[in-house]
Design a protein around this ligand. Structure first.
Ligand code: GLN
Length: 480
């Protein structure tokens, strides 16, 4: 038997199980074999989890045989970014420091996936501690973009975007702090969602910048990504910042009318855009117009402060969060250090890559007594201005449409020597992260050379439903 794993959707898996075309165990074996065979092309998986996957698949088969409800994600092969902890399964965060770290517990999102019947087949490669925009900061080698193997998949969730684009998982989980779900989704031509801050529990997401970190889903369709979001969203006692707001049925609400919806086009986001990307987004806006949406030009004047304030706040939080990797806990300790200070120094000196070190130094600096007011407090003020810009805009529009990234996937090595240039990859995604509003990337077309371009949709806090409906309407409208 051969299942076309690369083309499967969640609905396809459900239908296949119901009609007994395949069992969850058969699908799991095929999916694992396919993923293992394809992986050398992209290096998107760091670890496969056949034992855990087969156990999950057998649980699904047993439930189905007993006539029980096996869950909304029953039998679906899923991949999880390697910054999300999995009990008994190595979780490296793309770092040499955690190369052998095996967590003693599951992240809430992982628990919820498996409760919904999902089959976790492996952990995906990413930039070290989710710091990066190209997946080139992984200690375990870069990921290649399955659409064009000489190009980056974006980052930091490059592996999770690549496996969905390549078809070696049906859906996946990534994490987004400043763009790490949306930007790789855009580069790889898949759907990626960053929900409202607090919508999905961060328990078990290894912390990079806690006030900005989100777990978010990838899928090849809006419906698949929405289904995954529905399965992991909702209040969690273990994360005090997770929201009490009830979780709507995203799938049930997906296919509503979007006629009359006002979509804001912020002029600041279309200034320095390459024409390759700009043309695709302009055409996408035309599709939305043809569906009855009403485009309105708006202004988000604090956008200019986004990159600077993000790289102060994110590095400040990272310098504090990463202090725990000291050789005492989690990590392999260097052999026989002479003193405690030596142990700290060698653990951190050898364990962290260049980007993490750069950020720890910058973050420590901006938090230091003499500079706190000059940098950190100012950045927090700018963050408030950015959030106010959005709040004001949403008084007049239902959603905001922007490009995801100023450019499409670049070549491996093209931007590694210039961190500032790399940081510009996230110029359009960072604002939504700082404001904590829901945002997503939906495939909008390709450049003349065939590289995917994503359109970003942003809505009010907790209006994932409105965002997903617009994305779905666009997806259907663009397909003609
Ligand atoms: N590229 C951004 C950074 O390097 C965002 C990363 C992320 O969202 N995790 O910080």
């Amino acid at each position: 038997m051969s299942i076309e794993v690369a083309k499967l959707t969640i609905a396809g898996v459900t239908a296949g199980l119901r009609s007994k075309e395949f069992s969850a165990e058969e699908l799991c074996r095929e999916a694992l074999a396919f993923a293992e065979a394809e992986n050398p092309k992209t290096n998107a998986y760091l670890t496969f989890s056949p034992d855990r996957a087969l156990a999950a698949a057998r649980r699904v088969d047993a439930k189905l045989a007993a006539g029980e409800d096996a869950g909304s994600l029953a039998g679906v092969p899923v991949a999880v970014k390697d910054v999300i902890v999995t009990k008994g399964l190595r979780t490296t965060c793309g770092s040499r420091l955690l190369e052998h770290y095996v967590p003693p517990y599951d992240a809430t999102a992982v628990q919820r996936l498996e409760q919904a019947g999902a089959v976790i087949i492996g952990k995906t490669n990413c930039d070290e501690f989710a710091m990066g925009s190209s997946n080139e900061n992984s200690a375990f080698g870069p990921v290649r973009n399955p659409v064009a193997l000489d190009r980056v998949p974006g980052g930091s969730s490059g592996g999770s975007a690549a496996v969905v684009a390549q078809g070696t998982a049906v859906v996946s989980l990534g994490s987004d702090t400043g763009g790490s779900v949306r930007q790789p989704a855009s580069f790889c031509g898949v759907v990626g969602i960053t929900p409202t801050y607090g919508r999905v529990s961060r328990y078990g997401l290894v912390a990079f910048a806690s006030s900005l970190d989100h777990i978010g889903p990838f899928g090849r369709s809006v419906a698949d990504a929405a289904a995954l979001l529905g399965a992991i969203a909702g209040r969690d006692e273990a994360d005090a910042t997770s929201a009490f707001a009830p979780v709507p049925d995203y799938l049930a609400d997906l296919n509503g009318d979007v006629r009359g919806k006002k979509i804001g086009l912020p002029r600041e986001y279309f200034k320095g855009l390459s024409s390759e990307t700009g043309d695709v987004i302009a055409a996408a806006v035309k599709v939305l117009e043809s569906l009855g949406c009403e485009p309105v030009e708006i202004s988000l004047p604090a956008t200019d402060y986004a990159i600077a304030s993000y790289y102060i706040i994110a590095t400040a939080e990272a310098s504090s969060n990463l202090a725990r990797y000291d050789g005492v806990r989690y990590t392999t300790r260097p052999k026989d250090p002479a003193t405690l200070a030596d142990m700290y120094r060698s653990t951190r000196g050898e364990g962290f890559g260049a980007e993490c070190k750069r950020r720890i130094m910058l973050g420590t600096y901006v938090l230091s007594a003499g500079y706190y007011d000059a940098y950190y407090r100012k950045a927090q003020q700018a963050r408030s201005l950015i959030a106010q810009d959005f709040a004001r805009a949403f008084e007049n529009v239902d959603a905001i449409i922007t490009p995801v990234s100023p450019f499409a996937a670049f070549r491996l090595g093209e931007k590694t020597s210039d961190p500032m240039e790399m940081y510009l990859s996230d110029i359009y995604t960072i604002t939504g992260s700082l404001a904590g509003i829901p945002c997503m990337s939906v495939p909008a077309g390709v450049t003349p050379s065939g590289l995917p371009v994503g359109m970003q949709i942003l809505t009010r806090h907790f209006d994932e439903t409105g965002m997903l409906r617009l994305a779905r309407a666009y997806e259907a409208g663009a397909a003609g």
